[in-house]
Design a protein around this ligand. Structure first.
Ligand code: SF4
Ligand code: SF4
Length: 62
């Protein structure tokens, strides 16, 4: 499957801003790593809200 939501685990600080914002609730903080992960990318609206809200530019919608 083609990737839509690319999250850079090195950059992510686990702040949760993108999780709060995502209208389709497909982003979550992985408890183990403390980093943001994506569940069902096919539900992404590609409007890039998460990309804009991330303070460290860890998310790219492609
Ligand atoms: S682009 Fe929108 S729907 Fe897709 S992951 Fe980001 S906030 Fe969620
Ligand atoms: S907004 Fe950025 S830094 Fe914060 S949890 Fe999401 S991807 Fe990680």
């Amino acid at each position: 499957m083609k990737r839509i939501v690319i999250i850079d685990g090195e950059l992510c600080v686990g702040c949760g801003a993108c999780v709060e914002l995502c209208p389709n609730k497909i982003l979550y903080i992985d408890q183990k790593s403390g980093k943001c992960k994506v569940s069902d990318e096919s539900k992404c609206d590609r409007l890039r809200g998460c990309e804009k809200v991330c303070p460290v530019s860890a998310i790219k919608i492609v």
